[in-house]
Ligand binder design. Structure first.
Ligand code: PDD
Length: 286
């Protein structure tokens, strides 16, 4: 089946969808994105992603080309047209195509580019990885200083994934000034003595939509949460570790830089939080 994608107001077969070579997303990574998961054919945390999208646009002084209600319609139409039961929707908005390559932003009347496409991922919620946990390495965080904005500059995270692969691992946790910031495409957590510890919000990390929901569910379940930075050594000595993202939900981490974390198997807190997150998110999916 040819995938139907959305480009600048039109639904098109993927091989007919085009963007200008002068698009600033292509030339300058001058764009932002969101990834929203789909379970049971419904959108998970759509409102949170729409709010963060508006914030990212605002921080970069970029015009929002679409009202939230219309954006919801586009998401739903793509889910329908592509028959997505479990999967992801990728959304990207760039500052559009100027007439030429120029570092200065183009004039205000340059229309932003908006692209959405689906990724079909049957079995996303029942991931075999979640049952065994994943292995991570630590690497230096060499990204820019505004990681709170969800920009499409993902070269360093891609390099981090490749470094992890080369080390026989699944992902990398990035470290700055001795403390873990976050994973290449997820927020990082440890559990010690029953307490869930995750880095506090600032410009140093992306404000994960899954993070916000998971911390809310954890607090509602009377779990202890502490928002502060932690070191690699602390993580290696933790009882458990895990990460969260829209594409992996809650994912247990069982090894860091070759050292087993806890028993080296997914811990009870991560496993419980994954169940709660999936159950509660499904209930309010739209
Ligand atoms: N990544 N931190 C980073 C650097 C991320 O790229 C992501 C998401 C997260 C988790 O945010 P959320 O819970 O809102 O997905 C944290 C997406 C999934 C991606 O790039 O594919």
């Amino acid at each position: 089946m040819t995938r139907t994608v959305y480009v600048n107001g039109k639904y098109l077969p993927e091989n007919e969808a085009t963007v200008s070579i002068f698009d600033r997303g292509f030339l300058f990574a001058d764009g932002i994105y969101e990834v929203t998961s789909v379970l049971d054919g419904k959108l998970i945390d759509f409102d949170g992603h729409a709010r963060r999208l508006a914030r990212s646009l605002g921080e970069l002084g970029m015009r929002n080309p679409i009202e939230t209600e219309d954006l919801l319609d586009v998401h739903r139409e793509l889910v329908r047209a592509n028959d997505i039961v479990e999967g992801l929707i990728y959304l990207q908005i760039t500052r559009g195509a100027a007439a030429d390559r120029d570092f200065a932003y183009p004039s205000e009347d340059t229309p932003p580019t908006i692209v959405l496409f689906t990724q079909n991922k049957p079995g996303l919620a029942d991931s075999p990885m979640a049952k065994v946990g994943i292995k991570v390495i630590s690497i230096e965080d060499q990204r820019w200083a505004r990681r709170d904005i969800k920009t499409v500059q993902l070269l360093y995270p891609s390099m981090g994934k490749m470094m992890a692969k080369a080390a026989g691992c699944d992902d990398a946790w990035m470290v700055e000034d001795g403390a873990v910031t976050e994973g290449t495409s997820n927020n990082a957590y440890i559990v010690k003595g029953g307490k869930i510890i995750t880095r506090h919000l600032s410009n140093d990390i992306l404000h994960g939509i899954t993070r916000a929901a998971v911390l809310r569910f954890a607090r509602e379940a009377q779990m202890d949460v502490e928002e502060r930075a932690f070191t690699v050594a602390e993580a290696q000595e933790a009882d458990e570790a895990f990460f969260t993202s829209a594409s992996a939900f809650v994912m247990p981490v069982v090894e860091l830089d070759g050292a087993a974390i806890g028993t080296g198997t997914p811990g009870p807190v991560a496993t419980r939080l994954r169940e709660i997150y999936l159950d509660e998110s499904r209930k309010v999916a739209i």
